[in-house]
Each structure stands twice: as C-alpha cells, then as structure tokens.
Design a protein around this ligand. Structure first.
Ligand SMILES: Cc1cc2nc3c(=O)[nH]c(=O)nc-3n(C[C@H](O)[C@H](O)[C@H](O)COP(=O)(O)OP(=O)(O)OC[C@H]3O[C@@H](n4cnc5c(N)ncnc54)[C@H](O)[C@@H]3O)c2cc1C
Length: 301
C-alpha cells in the first residue's frame, strides 16, 4: 500500500473510532421524565450518567444510540445517607463522593477503598456507581463490592419500582437484570453486625486501573470465630460473582492465617477464568488466591 493510501486508511480509522455516530440529546429534569423519555424513544435511547463507559463505547462505535437521555445532573440521584440501619447510595453518587463519604466508610470500609482505586481523578469525579452497575463491565470494581456487601439495588421503570439483590442483578458478560426503560435509582446496604470488617484488594491494569482481579471481602467475627463471610470477585471471569466455596471454607473457623490461606486456595475453583494480553487464565487464578487471602486478612484485621 502506498504512503498516501496508508494515510487515508489511518484517517478513516481514526475518525471512525474517535467520533460517535449522530445522536439526539435530552437532559432529563427528573427520574420520572427520564423514564418517560426512555419509553418514548425505546431501544434507540440510552441513559447518560457520567459518560465514562458509554462515551468511549460510542466513540469506538460499539454502542450507537440515536438518543441520549442525560441523568448526570439529577440531584435526586446524587446522595449518600443513612436511613435507619441502612446506608443508601443514590445511583448518581460519583466514585469520588463515595470515596469521601464518612457514612460509607463507617458502614463498610471496602466501599471507600474500592472507590479510591477506580480509574483516575477525572473518572472518579464524573463516573457514577449507578452507571458502573448498569454497565456491568467484568473488570469493574463495584459489582464485587456490592456482592460482598449483600447490597440491594433499587430500580424504577414505567411499571413502578422494584428491588433486586446484587446476587441476582449481575447475570453475565455486560449483562444485568435491568429491564427495558428501567433506571437504577439507589443502592441499599444493611449495617453489618458488630465485629464485621471488610476490605477490597485488587491487582490492577496499570493504565486504566480496571481490575485484572479484584476481591471484596466482609467477615463477621464473634467469639473468636468467623460467623459470616461474604466474598465478591471481579476480573476473574466473564462477570462478577460470589465465591461461596471460599465463604463456606472459612465460616465457623477461627480467622487464623492458616485457615484464611486454606480457604483462599479455593478461589476460582469451578470458574472459567478470563484470559487476555494482560493475564493468562493461570495467572488470574493465582491472583485470585493471593488477593482473596489479602482481602480476608485485611477484613479480619
Ligand atoms: C480511563 C478510565 C478508567 C476507568 N477505570 C475504572 C476502574 O479502575 N474501575 C472501574 O470499576 N471502572 C473504571 N472505569 C469505568 C468508570 O468507573 C465509569 O464511570 C463507570 O463504569 C460508568 O459510570 P458512568 O456514570 O460513567 O456511566 P455512563 O458511561 O454514563 O453509562 C454506562 C452505562 O450505564 C447506563 N446507565 C448509567 N446510569 C444508569 C442508571 N442510573 N440506571 C440504569 N442505567 C444507567 C448507561 O445507559 C450506559 O449503558 C474507567 C473508565 C475510564 C474511561
């Protein structure tokens, strides 16, 4: 291929991959308006929150919505508060909001730890927890943390509101239990019992800081024994998942180094690990065991 032909091809690819298709833009003034706009425009419409997953996908033409409905400035979605014995996080709370929330930290320290490890300052300032959960990237941090925290995800759509447990929300590769025209409005996390500690640990991709393997662990110790253990993994498989085998191996045992190591050794068992140019299947499995042990040890401490 001649030099000028190469240049034309380069420019074509460049503009093909940097400029999204044409779309119409609506800024919703309330959740109700966003829901009715979605119903009006159907499958052609997409919600826009922080834009830090959707816009890159549009620039790569992996996603080509004809209509964007902006919910990124809705105050009714942007809050973090305690309600009775629950922490309630609005879907529009940014990663940075959560990183700096005393209420979030005092409920589960893994919430602030995970928020702090997401992307860079710009991503944390714009990206939202609702956007991350809806996008369900298999390397995203929040899904693992929501699983370990036994979070309940509140959804609202044209047929009203419903609540889905995190364990039922993530259904596969970039897939969730969200129905057409539904919006995530909030995340509810019950205050854990006394004696509960938590931690989020990840081995990250050095440029994006997405998890190559991330492990969130919450452990309740009472009477010197692990009464409840909850573990969520991300990055390892094609979607976030609960490691019930590791949980069962530690429940009822003393939180000793040996017991934690033995339980962590089971991480990834029965799971089909992902493999890409960042990490092979074997390496991901190794990381899962190492990071499960680290997260459990830190949670117990
Ligand atoms: C350079 C870079 C580094 C990153 N690093 C990390 C990282 O280390 N860890 C990590 O976890 N993530 C990372 N991300 C992703 C980032 O966290 C995004 O902010 C997040 O995944 C999506 O949130 P958003 O608010 O930007 O959503 P958007 O991009 O606006 O939307 C994402 C999807 O969710 C839908 N959506 C948005 N809000 C809602 C809602 N309330 N209800 C229903 N659907 C909704 C949209 O329609 C869209 O399909 C990174 C992104 C970039 C660009």
């Amino acid at each position: 291929m001649a030099g000028d032909e190469l240049l034309i091809l380069f420019n074509y690819l460049n503009c093909k991959t940097m400029i999204p298709n044409k779309f119409d833009y609506h800024r919703a003034s309330s959740v109700d308006e966003a829901i009715s706009l979605m119903a009006q425009h159907g499958m052609d419409a997409k919600l826009l929150a922080g834009g830090h997953s959707l816009l890159p996908a549009m620039k790569l033409r992996l996603n080509q919505p004809g209509v964007l409905i902006d919910i990124g400035r809705l105050d009714e979605l942007r809050y973090i508060k305690k309600e009775g014995n629950e922490l309630v996080i609005g879907a529009g709370a940014t990663h940075d909001d959560i990183a700096h929330s005393a209420a979030a930290r005092s409920t589960f320290s893994m919430l602030s730890e995970a928020a702090d490890l997401i992307g860079d300052v710009q991503v944390r300032n714009k990206g939202t927890i609702g956007g991350s959960l809806a996008h369900a990237d298999p390397a995203a941090d929040w899904p693992a943390v929501m699983l370990a925290a036994n979070a309940q995800i509140e959804l609202r759509g044209p047929n009203g509101a419903r609540t889905v447990a995190a364990a039922d929300f993530f259904t596969g590769f970039f897939m969730t239990a969200l129905e057409d025209n539904e919006i995530i409005t909030a995340i509810r996390i019950a205050e854990p019992p006394k004696g509960t500690g938590s931690s989020y640990q990840k081995f990250m991709q050095p440029a994006s800081r997405f998890a190559i393997v991330g492990c969130a662990a919450a452990v309740t110790v009472d009477g010197g024994v692990c009464q409840k253990v909850s573990i969520g993994f991300t990055g390892l498989a094609d979607g976030a998942f609960r490691a019930s085998n590791v949980e069962a191996a530690l429940t009822g045992k003393k939180p000793t180094e040996e017991n934690i190591a033995a339980a962590a050794q089971l991480a990834g068992e029965g799971v089909m690990p992902m493999s890409d140019h960042f990490a092979s299947e074997e390496y991901r499995l190794h990381l899962a065991r190492v990071y499960a042990a680290r997260a459990l040890t830190a949670a117990v401490r």
